[in-house]
Design a protein around this ligand. Structure first.
Ligand code: NAD
Ligand code: MG
Length: 398
């Protein structure tokens, strides 16, 4: 597993799940800056074999995993033709076994959507250092995942920039914590009325003003569902009820979140909007390591603005608070309905305002079950997907 590097520092063996995505690419950038202390030992992706092979040539991992079985032969042959010693694997079970086994001591969970849950859970149970970007797994099964991490002895470092900011501000622990405030850029449609959003296109929705990210989270940022998912994520990571988690729109995206203590102190973490900072925090913790991100020149930026979120134009945020308050299977339903709605919006089959409508309908149609186990959560996820897909097929977005 971990080996001693030149300077006697232990070299972390890192599994990068979602290696071909936006977070995966930022992770590999940070890893490549620290060959004396970090190594990508496992790279996993969905089905983009060419992109995965290019990463294998560059980072020479021990294992490469593709989710889609039909892509396995291309991965295996590509690795062989490139003369690489990297072993090819496919499917969820192979990925979970690698994540839980000797192949890595650190796991970057950056698969998009509920598809990331099994591997994230496996890393938590196996007590790995878990750099958690895959917020959907916390929304779907936060209680189970945090319990698995506790029981497995996993150190979870949140990678979502807001939660990473809070993690940094909390330092030693939650003593005297009063509330947290998540900042939101407001997305590409900040300041727009609800009526004006009826005709926005996928191309407009993914054009985020501050962050460069994958398509799903970009649409979530445009609806503010991303912030809603993050409220639920913060609840699980920091143990606070929804009433003590606020949201503040901050268009410059330089303050990544704030923590308020009982003595009136508020701490914030600031930095340029670049996920490599959060990833370097997770990879180096408790030490600070270079990320490639420049320091913040506040004189150059000049000002920091804050405003309240507009819940009329962006009802997804209120729906997420509602699902958190309902508890049980409600957040799983919210997440699954949203995944279906976003995917069908990106395919041009659902209007932008159909996203909150579908999520609201699903929450109303599938009432929450309390204290769900994993099976119940997965059944709620499946039922919500089926219900949302039927409504998309029927064109029922009201
Ligand atoms: P992305 O779309 O750029 O990348 C997703 C990755 O997941 C790809 O490598 C893809 O191949 C892989 N993947 C998809 N389905 C898979 C499956 N079934 N099995 C294995 N791999 C699969 O997405 P992203 O923007 O990098 O986001 C990844 C996760 O990180 C999301 O949960 C997102 O919410 C979270 N996150 C991202 C950012 C960001 O800046 N991009 C910030 C905060 C949180
Ligand atoms: Mg975030």
């Amino acid at each position: 597993m971990a080996e001693a590097g030149n300077a006697g520092v232990v070299v972390r063996q890192v599994a990068v799940l979602g290696a071909t995505g936006s977070i995966g690419s930022s992770t590999l950038d940070v890893i490549a800056r620290h060959p004396d202390r970090l190594r990508a030992s496992v790279l996993a992706a969905g089905r983009r074999v060419d992109a995965l092979l290019a990463l294998c040539r560059e980072h020479r991992p021990d294992h490469a995993v593709v989710a889609d079985a039909t892509a396995y032969a291309a991965l295996r042959d590509g690795l062989r033709d490139a003369g690489l010693p990297t072993r090819a694997h496919c499917g969820g079970e192979a990925l979970q076994a690698l994540v839980a086994g000797e192949a890595c001591d650190t796991v970057v969970a950056a698969i998009v959507g509920a598809a990331g849950l099994p591997s994230t859970l496996a890393a938590a149970r196996a007590g790995k250092r878990l750099l958690l970007a895959n917020k959907e797994s916390l929304v779907l099964a936060g209680d189970l995942l945090t319990r698995a991490a506790r029981e497995g002895g996993a150190r979870v470092v949140p990678i979502d920039s807001e939660h990473n900011a809070i993690f940094q501000c909390l330092g030693a622990g939650n003593s005297g914590l009063a509330r947290i405030v998540l900042t939101a850029s407001g997305g590409p449609f900040r300041g727009r009325t609800r009526a004006s959003l009826a005709t926005v296109t996928p191309a407009e929705a993914v054009r985020h003003p501050k962050w460069s990210m994958g398509p799903k989270i970009s649409v979530d940022s445009a609806t503010l569902m991303n912030k809603g998912l993050e409220v639920i994520e913060a609840h699980h990571l920091f143990g606070l009820p929804g009433e003590r988690i606020g949201v503040l729109v901050h268009p410059q995206s330089l303050v990544h979140s704030l923590v308020e203590f009982v003595d009136g102190s508020t701490l914030a973490q600031l930095g340029l909007p670049d996920m490599r900072t959060a990833l370097a925090v997770g990879l180096g913790w408790p030490e600070r390591i270079a990320s490639g991100v420049a320091g913040l020149d506040l004189l150059q930026h000049g000002r920091l603005d804050f405003e309240a979120p507009d819940l009329d134009a962006f009802p997804c945020l209120a729906l997420a608070y509602q699902a958190l308050a309902a508890g049980g299977t409600a957040p799983a339903v919210l997440n699954a309905a949203n995944e279906v709605a976003v995917s069908s919006f990106l395919q041009g089959r659902t209007p932008f305002l159909g996203i909150p409508a579908l999520v609201e309908n699903c929450l109303a149609a599938l009432p929450a079950t309390a204290d769900p186990d994993l099976e119940t959560l997965l059944a709620a996820d499946a039922a919500a997907r089926e219900y949302a897909q039927r409504r998309v097929a029927a064109g029922a977005f009201a």
